[in-house]
Every structure is written in structure tokens, then in C-alpha cells.
Design a binder for this molecule. Structure first.
Ligand code: ADP
Ligand code: MG
Length: 358
């Protein structure tokens, strides 16, 4: 397989540039009309009988990060992610994975790329019901022609990672939904891919089980450090899991940022409406709410001797606990240096803004 990571790309693993996907036999004409006349998704459907799945998406995903793609059903999340392992080909644009142009792969290279480089986890588990759990997990290795002993050894190892070591000999259909999804994840991990694509993996599960799997996944990710593209229609889930989040609407990416960026500075009314329901307590950090030291001193005079201290990375929840127990302002430090002040005013303002829709 051709692999050339140029140093300038450094940490970027997935590089998506100006990708369009239009479904239908008139896709090229439709795209031209969008460029020339700025037709909307609805107009394209009416005039060209074509569906805009992904519209001019550009984004970079970095090594080891969990990148969430969030949006309502039909916003283009699955269509976008399927370009990364070339289950779909773009109408226009470029997809690079680890310096490899996905569109330039020969059929043989593509097979290898999918088997080794990229693991995929689906919403509906896609397990073979009448195979044992262990055989399901070892399937990607079987496809690669790895011998049975080695397959089973690796299969057992990844099953242990998802805490299902005792279930290897059961049939897949004997397991609960949450367990089947863990088997799906183990199967994707068995090939030890560089990149994990997860398309709404937890969406079909009950809220409690879902929460539990999110927690397990967060822990496992911290150990594996695999570059992960995680799709969800649930912003709460994206905020819990994602290092960065891209929000999609009608095929377009309308905002990319950390949970804090998105919650504190939604790009438009559409995103603002989504974030209105998100608790800021764990998401927003001292850095984003503090006032500059000088501004505080100008208004209130020198800092009192009993001022409290907190790091700029501490979240709102921690600041609230400090402010409950003590009247003094909180001095915020970045790399040991005092940079700002948080008083009850900043805390209460941030909390109330988070509960009101604009
Ligand atoms: P999401 O995963 O965010 O729910 P999808 O990527 O599945 O959204 O779909 C994006 C848009 O593309 C939708 O309008 C959908 O109807 C359309 N679409 C997806 N796959 C196809 C296809 N194979 N043929 C035609 N339209 C499609
Ligand atoms: Mg989808």
C-alpha cells in the first residue's frame, strides 16, 4: 500500500477537503447548478431529481482525537463518514487518510485499506447471529487469512477489553443489545485499525445502557488513543465523548469546535437551539468565564488576602463548589500565573445564560 505522510500534515490523520455528495443520475449537472445559481437542497431535488447528501465539507481530524459528527437525522452524517473508507465516492472533493488519497486506491489496495486501516462500528451491530461471539470478533482476522490459533488469541484479548471474556462461546443472538454493541466494537478493534468509524453506535440502546457504554468507551479510548470518528444525533453524547464536535445541517458543517466553544459561542440560531439544553457545569472552564485581573482590581480594588485559587482548566462545577463555601473571589491561574478572577457574578451569569434560549 502506498503510504506517505508529509511532515507538514503532522498530526492530521483524516483530511476532508470540499467534499460534495449528490445522489442521483444528474449529480454533476446538479452540482454545477449549485455552483452557478446557488440552488438549495430543495430546489436541487425538484429540478434535478437529485439529493444533496453532503455539501462542501472541509475538516481535519487529528491523530488520537475523538471527533464527533452531530446533526439531526438526514443531515448527512452517515454519507460523510462513508467517504472515509470509500463506501461512497464523492461527487467532488478529496479525502486523504494518513496521506493516502482514498480515491486513488486500486481495488486490492482498497480492500487492504478497509481491512487493516479502518474499523467500523454500526448502529445495528451487524453481527452474524449464529456464529459464536468469539468467531464474530475474529472475523476481520479470518478475512485477512490469519491462522485460527492467532485469531482466537487476539479475539479473546479484545473481548477482555470490552469486558466480555466470559461470553466468547455464546451465540451473538443470545446477548443483550448493549452486549452485542460491545461485541461490534471488539470486532472493529480486533484488526487493530488506525482509525475507528462509529456510526451512531449507541443510538439504539436504552438510556441507562447507553450511558454505561459511553463511559466504557471513554475509558477504553483513553487507553487505545485511536483516531475516532463518532457519529451521533445526540448533542449530550457528543459533548460527553468528543474532543471536538462538527455540527451538520442539510449536508453542511455549520460549526466545528470543542464542546466549550460550541456551548459558549454557537455559530448560529440553529446551533444555539441545540446547545440551550446542554448543562454547562462540566463543559465550561474557568478560562472562558473569568474577567481579567486588571478589570477586577479597577472595579473592586486589590484582591483580598483570603482570595481562593483555581486552575484555568477547572470546570464551572468546581468553581461553584468553591463559591458556595467561601465569599472571597477566585483567582484563576494559567501555568501557575494569575490571569483572571471569577466572582459569583461570573458564575451566576454563565449559569443563567445557559438556561435561556436566545
Ligand atoms: P444522517 O446519517 O445524518 O441521518 P444520511 O447521510 O443518511 O443522514 O442522509 C443524508 C441525505 O442523503 C438525506 O437526505 C438522505 O435521504 C440522502 N441519502 C442518503 N443515502 C442516499 C442514497 N443512497 N440515495 C439517495 N439519497 C440518499
Ligand atoms: Mg445516519
Amino acid at each position: 500500500m502506498t503510504s506517505s505522510t508529509s511532515p507538514s500534515q503532522g498530526e492530521i490523520v483524516i483530511d476532508i477537503a470540499n467534499v460534495w455528495k449528490i445522489f442521483g443520475t444528474n449529480a454533476d449537472a446538479a452540482l454545477q447548478a449549485i455552483h452557478e445559481k446557488g440552488l438549495s437542497k430543495k430546489q436541487i431535488h425538484e429540478t434535478y431529481n437529485a439529493v444533496v447528501g453532503v455539501a462542501d465539507v472541509t475538516l481535519d481530524i487529528r491523530k488520537g482525537e475523538i471527533f464527533c459528527i452531530m446533526g439531526l437525522s438526514g443531515s448527512g452524517k452517515s454519507t460523510l463518514v462513508r467517504h472515509i473508507n470509500r463506501l461512497l465516492e464523492p461527487t467532488a472533493g478529496k479525502i486523504m487518510v494518513d496521506g493516502i488519497d482514498a480515491m486513488a486506491l486500486s481495488p486490492g489496495e482498497l480492500q487492504e485499506f478497509r481491512n487493516r486501516k479502518i474499523g467500523m462500528v454500526f448502529q445495528n451491530f451487524a453481527l452474524l447471529p449464529h456464529r459464536s461471539v468469539l468467531d464474530n470478533v475474529a472475523m476481520p482476522l479470518e478475512i485477512r487469512g490469519i491462522n485460527k490459533n492467532e485469531r482466537l488469541r487476539i479475539g479473546k484479548k479484545v473481548l477482555a477489553m470490552v469486558e466480555l471474556d466470559a461470553w466468547g462461546n455464546k451465540f451473538a443472538h443470545e446477548l443483550s443489545g448493549g452486549m452485542q454493541q460491545r461485541v461490534g466494537l471488539a470486532r472493529a478493534l480486533a484488526a487493530d485499525p488506525d482509525v475507528l468509524l462509529m456510526d451512531e453506535p449507541f443510538s439504539a440502546l436504552d438510556p441507562l445502557i447507553r450511558r454505561q457504554l459511553q463511559d466504557e468507551f471513554i475509558k477504553l479510548s483513553a487507553v487505545m488513543k485511536k483516531t475516532t470518528v463518532f457519529i451521533t444525533h445526540d448533542l449530550d453524547e457528543a459533548v460527553r465523548i468528543g474532543d471536538r464536535i462538527a455540527i451538520m445541517r442539510d449536508g453542511r458543517v455549520v460549526q466545528i469546535g470543542t464542546a466549550e466553544d460550541i456551548v459558549m459561542h454557537p455559530a448560529d440560531d440553529y446551533v444555539a437551539e441545540f446547545v440551550a439544553g446542554i448543562s454547562r457545569l462540566k463543559v465550561v472552564r474557568a478560562r472562558a468565564v473569568m474577567q481579567p485581573l486588571e478589570a477586577y482590581e479597577k472595579e473592586f480594588g486589590p484582591l483580598p488576602n483570603d482570595a481562593q485559587r483555581a486552575d484555568a482548566d477547572e470546570n464551572l462545577s468546581t468553581l461553584i463548589k468553591l463559591a458556595i463555601n467561601h465569599d472571597a473571589p477566585i483567582v484563576i491561574a494559567e501555568n501557575g500565573k494569575s490571569v483572571g478572577v471569577v466572582t459569583r457574578r461570573e458564575i451566576l451569569t454563565t449559569v443563567i445564560e445557559g438556561t435561556e434560549t436566545s
